[in-house]
Ligand binder design. Structure first.
Ligand code: BG6
Length: 478
């Protein structure tokens, strides 16, 4: 079977990486506004306050806040059926603790959704994409505190009730399994442990982090339950960063590493969100790591009942695992691993693996039997803006073509139930890991540099027309 006729082709972004306007319309500061610019080799800094001499790229980002009409028109021109975007929690509740929402924040997203509707584009809305009001970081150490569950629920309820009829698809937490990594402390869980400054080497307390992740899983389940009541038409999914690994060799010990790795990173949260309970292997993991979770009976009941309607994932690259401590290493999205001799790497060292996407989709399908949507996939690369305003990006077309072909095989040949594909960063935006603009993903170039300087003018890259054709032919012409 080819892609279904209403397959959701489109692109994806996140509020903190694209909007800018960090203090406009009554928005409160978010944790992302306190992340300085970094590079591939020098890490971003997590600062408690604004520090002179540092650049904070998420504050201006791609200025979607002022360009949304033009940007959505360009998406419409490409024939987008869907646009995955996120709502900035601190636009709706500036500190996270107000009892009434900020009307200007709601109005901004009303305007965005109306514009999308005018172009026949379905919004897919992430409720929390690597940001929370800064006040909650300062007061509660983010998700480390159970109190944040209720604050998030108020925000989620407000949004779902307000946008009823305008938004049909929601994702609760972006890449929720990022919380299984020390890197997830600040970005994903809003935890800033004493002494933390370097984004790549944060002070980690595994007990605090897993308890915080538990709170997020409960909040996600509560959102599903409340969302279904508030808007029976709404479909609410999870979002997992799928980072598959292969055993580097056929040494059985490498095979055990591989199994362990998949469980700890790819399945730990997904099992809870799709099956309604922690998996059996969680217990031994907690014991080995001295983790004692506070899980109430009510939590268990919420998790049991609040399972998701569909599975969404990001997919960029794969790595290998091995017990050999001398194996060559590769980097990757959130996590590195052993280098795979069969794969090439991107300019940022991520190994490119289209077959891994087919493999991954089949693994998800057989484990959960839920409808699946790919909500992130793409290539971060340096682009050159030519004097005539053109941008030639055959490398991006090649990457996307090979991944779409693999996903097509998963659907047509293997029977995976996939209902959409929104490539990451359809309009150039700030990189989450490095804070650079130079790491570009888009079909649309934004004239802005790593310091936030530029005209913010939009230009179409060669991949723009290529993707338009892909959508027009429902993936037949790649
Ligand atoms: C995903 C995130 O992990 O990868 C996005 O959900 C992020 O927010 C994307 O931008 C690409 O990573 P990076 O670091 O290249 O921006």
């Amino acid at each position: 079977m080819p892609f279904c006729k209403d397959f959701l082709w489109g692109g994806a972004t996140a509020a903190n990486q694209i909007e800018g306007g960090w203090q406009e319309g009554g928005k409160g500061p978010s944790e992302a506004d306190m992340l300085s610019a970094g590079t591939h080799t020098s890490p971003r800094q997590i600062t408690p306050d604004t520090e002179p001499g540092l650049t904070y790229p998420n504050r201006t980002a791609s200025d979607f806040y002022h360009h949304y009409k033009e940007d959505i028109a360009l998406m419409g021109e490409m024939g987008f059926k869907a646009y995955r975007m996120s709502i900035a929690w601190s636009r709706i509740f500036p500190t996270g603790e107000e009892t009434e929402p900020n009307p200007a924040g709601l109005q901004f997203y009303d305007d965005v959704f109306d514009e999308l509707k005018a172009h026949g584009i379905e919004p897919i809305v992430t409720l929390s994409h690597y940001e929370m009001p800064l006040h909650l970081v300062n007061k509660y150490n983010g998700w480390a505190s159970r109190e944040v569950i209720a604050l998030f629920e108020r925000y989620a309820r407000t949004v779902i009730a307000h946008f009823k009829g305008k938004v049909r698809y929601y994702l609760t937490f972006n890449e929720i399994n990022c919380g299984t990594l020390p890197l997830g402390n600040y970005m994903s869980l809003g935890i800033r442990n004493k002494g933390t400054r370097d984004f790549l080497h944060q002070v980690d307390d595994v007990q605090v982090r897993y308890q915080a992740l538990h709170h997020q899983l409960v909040a996600s389940a509560r959102t599903v339950l409340a969302g279904h009541k508030l808007d029976p038409e709404a479909k609410i999914g999870n979002m997992i960063a799928m980072m598959p690994v292969y055993p580097l060799t056929c040494n059985p010990k490498d095979m055990l590493e591989f199994q362990q790795n998949w469980r700890q990173f790819n399945w730990y949260c997904a099992d809870v969100q799709c099956r309604g309970a922690y998996p059996y292997y969680a217990q031994s993991f907690w014991e080995k790591n001295g983790i004692h979770l506070e899980i109430t009976d009510e939590d268990r009941e919420t998790l049991r009942r609040g399972t998701v309607d569909f599975f969404s994932l990001s997919y960029y690259q794969t790595n290998c695992v091995t017990v050999d401590p001398n194996a060559a290493q590769a980097s990757g999205n959130l996590l590195g691993g052993a280098k795979n001799p069969y794969l090439e790497s991107s300019q940022w060292g991520w190994q490119v693996d289209p077959d891994g996407l087919r493999y991954t989709l089949n693994e998800i399908e057989s484990r959960y039997d839920l409808p699946i949507i790919i909500v992130e996939n793409g290539l971060g690369a340096r682009d050159a803006l030519e004097a005539d305003g053109s941008i030639h990006d055959p490398y991006r077309i090649d990457y996307l073509q090979r991944h779409i072909r693999a996903m097509k095989q998963a659907v047509e040949e293997d029977g995976v139930d996939l209902f959409g594909y929104t490539m990451w960063g359809c309009i150039d935006l700030v990189s989450a890991s490095t804070g650079e603009m130079a790491k570009r993903y888009g079909f649309i170039y934004v004239d802005c540099d790593d310091q936030g300087h530029g005209s913010f003018k939009r230009y179409k890259k060669d991949s723009f027309d290529w993707y338009r054709k892909v959508i027009e032919t429902n993936g037949e012409e790649l």
